[in-house]
Design a protein. Structure first.
Length: 308
């Protein structure tokens, strides 16, 4: 653990993330993605203590976990370089630790700049930073992640790391994102479909942003109900592969948090009704946000954070 992370006598409070509108009380990070329904805040780590900033990154400790928030001004013409710089800082401050989960919020994610989609430019910068820090075989060390659009003019990255070596998992019906063919961009996305890590007596399962993709192809473009069904099926597959059964840990009494990203707000009512029948349980915490998805043909993405 970096020597600067001395949190003795620091107050503990929720590591609270809020969305859209104005930040609420005790907000640690505010993301400009419009909130649609469900929980208006994300409190995955209810007791966190601020640590020293390092390399311009705000750091926090929760149990044995290191939490962080890094920012970079968004400039589309320099997105790859700025993403690489931001990730080099993250990988620097987490040196000696293992990354478990990363959330990326990218303005104008589907817009094109000089003929290249912004998401693909972001992926290029992220991949270059991982390779520089971890070597040419970096793919097998990649954590779970998501990357969605947001409003504003700031690239926001939130991460979780720890000392215990995690296990990473892939969906058997999807090509690993880091092995996508060149048609998806000059450098493949850099993430695992799920990561399982221990923190003391607790096991965390971080399921990446999941959408209607089979192999490496987008399924059912323009058909929201079919995309929703495929997304839930993929969540069940990766959950089963990661050892939680096809019910995402419900039978094991997992504490379950979901974020549901919808490209079109008018799909909210249908999504809520269907997910109440197919995925969510009354004890779950679910947040619905309006956000562009990493592929323009995708209209929904769902992620899960499960604690057992």
């Amino acid at each position: 653990m970096p020597a600067s992370l001395d949190i003795t006598a620091r107050p503990h409070a929720p590591f609270r993330i809020t969305f859209g509108g104005e930040p609420v009380a005790e907000t640690v990070i505010h993301i400009q993605s419009p909130w649609l329904a469900g929980a208006p805040t994300e409190d995955l780590f209810p007791l966190a203590a601020p640590a020293e900033h390092a390399q311009g990154i705000a750091l926090y400790r929760s149990g044995g976990l290191l939490l962080g928030h890094a920012q970079e001004p968004f400039l589309a013409t320099e997105l790859a370089a700025r993403t690489e710089s931001l990730y080099r800082r993250i990988l620097g401050v987490t040196r000696g630790l293992h990354l478990y989960r990363i959330w990326n919020y990218v303005p104008q994610i589907n817009a094109e700049t000089a003929g290249l989609e912004n998401y693909r430019a972001f992926c290029a910068g992220r991949s270059l930073a991982f390779e520089a820090a971890l070597g040419r075989q970096f793919q097998h060390q990649l954590p779970s992640a998501s990357a969605v659009g947001c409003a504003g003019n700031r690239l926001d990255v939130i991460f979780v790391a720890g000392e215990a070596a995690p296990s990473h998992f892939e969906n058997p019906e999807q090509v690993p994102a880091y092995l996508y063919p060149p048609e998806h961009g000059p450098r493949s996305p850099s993430f695992a479909r799920a990561t399982v890590a221990r923190d003391g007596a607790r096991t965390w399962t971080f399921i990446s942003g999941t959408s209607a993709i089979k192999g490496h192809q987008t399924m059912a473009p323009g058909a929201f109900p079919a995309q929703l069904d495929c997304t839930v099926a993929n969540l069940r597959l990766i959950s089963q592969t990661a050892g939680l059964g096809d019910d995402l840990g419900a039978a094991q009494g997992a504490r379950r948090h979901f974020k549901i990203y919808l490209r079109h707000p008018q799909d909210l009512d249908f999504a809520r009704a269907q997910l109440a029948c197919t995925l969510l349980r009354p004890s779950d915490v679910a947040t619905y946000l309006q956000a562009d998805i990493c592929r323009a043909a995708l209209d929904i993405e769902i992620e899960a954070t499960l604690a057992t």
